[in-house]
Design a protein. Structure first.
Length: 239
């Protein structure tokens, strides 16, 4: 019985060796475009994320051209900068009256402690009067609001009662886009909204991540916008 000669292991390995580098080279050439595309994609996404991150503050800040309106409304919060801006607009004769939107006060909690609460509206009114606006031109809205959605509904209701077709809302810089979005979603174009921000608001839209206060403002506004886009699934506690 004849047997085939046994090839030494070293010879077999040496003989097959040239096939392996060729196979790896082919696979490398085949996957190189995919790997290059993936790397470029990751780099592009990273660059876009940095741009979006840096521009978030500027994107939140919007403003409409001033025009004559039925009333100038001081939204609650950020006292006294919003009231000061409303006074500046009033002094330019864009409206004959200023409304004050009252925020939801902690009056019950303070009353339980025997502490009288004057309220933000009181001080906004005093700021307006100190800046030359007559008291009979100032109107405090009747219903306190817990958030921007409630403020917009109350202001729109007051506008319709008075037959107003345009109104100027004064708020803070980063709050302007959310105010505009909520107004258009809940009210539409009649009454027409003119949104303005307080020019002395210290919010730094170009470098909002540098301070804790500005960073918190951006996060709050983005969450508030998301809530509005989704139809206000998150709501304040009943009051």
């Amino acid at each position: 019985m004849r047997t085939s000669p046994i090839t030494p292991l070293s010879d077999a390995i040496a003989g097959d060796a040239p096939a392996f580098p060729g196979a790896f080279a082919i696979r490398r050439r085949r996957y190189r475009p995919f790997l290059l595309t993936m790397i470029l994609g990751i780099a592009a996404l990273s660059a876009a994320s940095v741009v979006v991150f840096r521009q978030a503050g500027a994107w939140l800040t919007v403003q409409d051209p001033l025009a004559p309106a039925h009333a100038i409304v001081v939204l609650s919060g950020s006292m006294p900068s919003r009231a000061r801006e409303a006074a500046r607009i009033y002094q330019q004769s864009f409206s004959a009256q200023v409304w004050i939107s009252p925020g939801l006060p902690p009056a019950r909690e303070l009353e339980a402690l025997g502490i009288a609460y004057v309220g933000e509206s009181f001080y906004n009114q005093r700021v307006l009067m100190a800046l030359g606006i007559p008291s009979n031109a100032i109107h405090i809205l009747e219903t306190p609001a817990a958030n921007t959605e409630e403020e917009v509904r109350e202001i729109a209701r007051e506008c319709r009662q008075q037959g107003a077709h345009s109104v100027i809302l004064v708020t803070s810089k980063a709050h302007t886009r959310r105010v505009r979005f909520i107004w258009r979603r809940l009210v539409g174009n009649d009454p027409e909204l003119i949104v303005r921000y307080a020019c002395d608001d210290p919010f730094d839209a170009a470098h909002w991540w540098r301070t804790t206060s500005d960073a918190l403002v951006v996060v709050r506004e983005l969450l508030g916008l998301a809530n509005a886009v989704l139809g206000f699934p998150s709501r304040p506690e009943p009051h």
